[in-house]
Design a protein around this ligand. Structure first.
Ligand SMILES: Nc1ncnc2c1ncn2[C@@H]1O[C@H](COP(=O)(O)OP(=O)(O)O)[C@@H](O)[C@H]1O
Ligand SMILES: [Mg+2]
Length: 309
C-alpha cells in the first residue's frame, strides 16, 4: 500500500475553496513534488495530510492510518519542515537540534548519535556553536531539514524548503533530498519554483486548488503538451516578447503563449515549423534581428505554462 493516499480531498474557508477535490498517491521511496504558484493550496493540503487541519470533505491515509483520527500514531513516523521552519534564532545550531531531539523523545545516547548524523547531512560540522540567526538562508534550511529527520522518519513533508534561497543552495538542498531517498526515506516536497519539477520522481501540479497535471515528468510532458515550443534568440529578447505578444493578441500569429527565458524567448504554438517565417517577419518588421530559432523539446515549465493558458 502506498504510504500517502489522498482521496477527494477538499477544504473550504467560508465560501472560498482552497483545495478542490484532489486525489493522488505518494509511492514509497520517491521524491513526490507538489508544485504550484503562491496561493494554489499547497500548504493547506500538507496540513490536512499531517492531520493539523480538518478537511471539509475527502480523506487522507498515511502509512495505512487515517490522518485525522490516528495522528498520534502517525506523527513519530513522519517528519515535517513547515514553510516558516520554526528554528529558534537565538539558540545555537546544536541547541536547536537538542531541543528538537528532546521534543521527539530521543534518549541521550541516541540523541548524540542522531545529532551527529544531522550535522553531517546538513554539512554543519564545525558550526555547532554558531547562533542560528547568524546562519545564511541556505544553512538554516539545511539545519531545519536536519532537525526534521532526527527521529528517523519514514516520510518527510517539506513545505517550500527552498523558497528564498540562492540557486546554489537550492541545488545543494536537492542533493540532500536524494541522499535521504537513497537511505529509503519517502519525500513529499512543495515548491513554487517550476524549474524544480524536473528534480522530482513524480509530481502533481496544483492551481487554484485543483490538480492539473500528475505523474512522472516524462509522462506529464507526453500527455499535457499541445503545440510545440519554438526557442528564439533575438538581439533584444524583452522587446521581442512585447512585439510577439501584441501580434498574438491582434490575432496575427497563432501563438498560445510567449515567455521570456533569460535572453531567449519561448513561444508555444501548434505546428511551429509552419509559422517560423511569419514569426521571423513579424520580428524583422519591428527591426529586431534574430540570431537563431529552433523547435525544442519542451521543459516542464513550458508544459505548465501551456496547461495554464
Ligand atoms: N485559514 C484560512 N482562512 C481563509 N483562507 C485561507 C486560510 N488558509 C489559506 N487560505 C487561502 O487558501 C488559499 C491557498 O492557501 P495555501 O494553501 O497557503 O497556498 P500555497 O501554500 O499554495 O501558497 C489562499 O488563497 C489562501 O489565502
Ligand atoms: Mg504555502
Amino acid at each position: 500500500m502506498n504510504p500517502v493516499i489522498v482521496s477527494s480531498l477538499t477544504k473550504r474557508f467560508g465560501d472560498f475553496t482552497a483545495v478542490d477535490d484532489i486525489s493522488f498517491e505518494v509511492r514509497r521511496g520517491e521524491i513526490f513534488g507538489f508544485l504550484g504558484p503562491n496561493g494554489a493550496g499547497k500548504t493547506t493540503t500538507i496540513r490536512m495530510i499531517l492531520g493539523l487541519l480538518a478537511p471539509t470533505a475527502g480523506s487522507v491515509r498515511v502509512l495505512g492510518m487515517d490522518a485525522r483520527r490516528e495522528t498520534a500514531k502517525i506523527r513519530p513516523r513522519t517528519g515535517y519542515m513547515s514553510q516558516r521552519f520554526s528554528l529558534y534564532n537565538d539558540l545555537t545550531v546544536i541547541q536547536n537540534l537538542r531541543f528538537y531531539g528532546a521534543a521527539y523523545g530521543l534518549g541521550n545516547a541516541q540523541l548524540q548519535e542522531r545529532i551527529r548524523a544531522a550535522l553531517q547531512l546538513a554539512d554543519l560540522e564545525g558550526r555547532e556553536h554558531l547562533k542560528t540567526g547568524e546562519l545564511s538562508g541556505g544553512w538554516r534550511q539545511r539545519l531545519a531539514l536536519g532537525a526534521a529527520i532526527l527521529h528517523e522518519p519514514e516520510i518527510i513533508f517539506l513545505d517550500e524548503p527552498t523558497a528564498g534561497v540562492d540557486p546554489l543552495s537550492r541545488r545543494t538542498f536537492w542533493d540532500l533530498l536524494y541522499r535521504l531517498v537513497e537511505e529509503g526515506v519517502t519525500v513529499f516536497v512543495t515548491t513554487h519554483y517550476m524549474d524544480e519539477a524536473e528534480h522530482c520522481h513524480r509530481l502533481a501540479f496544483i492551481r487554484r486548488g485543483q490538480i492539473i497535471a500528475l505523474g512522472a515528468p516524462s509522462e506529464i510532458k507526453r500527455h499535457k503538451m499541445r503545440g510545440e515550443v519554438l526557442e528564439i534568440a533575438p538581439e533584444n529578447a524583452a522587446r521581442a516578447v512585447e512585439v510577439l505578444r501584441t501580434a498574438r493578441l491582434e490575432g496575427a500569429l497563432p501563438l498560445e503563449s510567449v515567455e521570456l527565458y533569460g535572453a531567449l524567448v519561448h513561444v508555444i504554438l501548434p505546428e511551429a515549423r509552419k509559422h517560423r517565417k511569419d514569426i521571423l517577419r513579424t520580428l524583422q518588421n519591428a527591426h529586431i534581428r534574430v540570431h537563431n530559432m529552433d523547435v525544442i523539446e519542451p521543459s516542464l515549465e513550458d508544459v505548465f505554462i501551456a496547461a495554464m493558458q
